[in-house]
Design a protein around this ligand. Sequence first.
Ligand SMILES: [Zn+2]
Length: 248
Amino acid sequence: MLLKTDAVVLKQSKFGEGHAVLTLFSKKTGKLQAVNKGYKKSGGKYSVGTQPFCYGEFVLFKGSGLYQISQVDLKDSFYKLRENVIKLTYASYILELTERMVTEGQTNNRLFYTLLQFLHIFSNFHKEYETLIKAYELKLLMYSGYKPEMNNCVHCGNNYKEKIKFSVNEGGILCESCFREDSYAMQISKVTINVMKFLMDTDLEQISKLKIKPNVLKELNKIVKEYIYTYIDKKQFKSLQFLESIKE
Ligand SMILES: [Zn+2]
């Protein structure tokens, strides 16, 4: 069986003697694993386009086992992501997060194009990285069916008044009369609510021009981090741990 599809390389791992197995986010069938035979051979036919971040058109062959790569037509390697270690680490985190979220055999075209757009903008980006990272995280949650409710109280459906909290467990904001529903609900300001809505509803290109105030970013970071840890069954991201260690 032959499969021809656009895909982004999310991960590359060693596989036996001189082979590699790639985890791809494909447009046609979501996450898939494909063996890249003989990737180590110098000038090997398939060594171009098989590094993480590479985007191209893949021709894959499937026999009885895993897919095998028979051809790659590289469209973009996003090489500028490697221009500094912080940028590369953030970008690696985005791949790790995406890999965790996409499912085998299930397309997610909105996320696929958002990832491509993210890689494109981020590779040419030189400002505060966190804004784009938060935007991608929120879009990823939204396109994976975990959009937080930010307009009305997630518990009773009423419009919120003055006091509001954010409940990770309930999946959105809580009005004051519903605070008791979740004793772990977190403080959230109205500015942060509006920023979250903006990040979910606005195109990444426009978001890249936005500057978020440090205190809002701090609140946002805390909420999104908790949200991801709750809805994505993973507590550790290697790339994030590394980032923490070099930031110290
Ligand atoms: Zn309520």
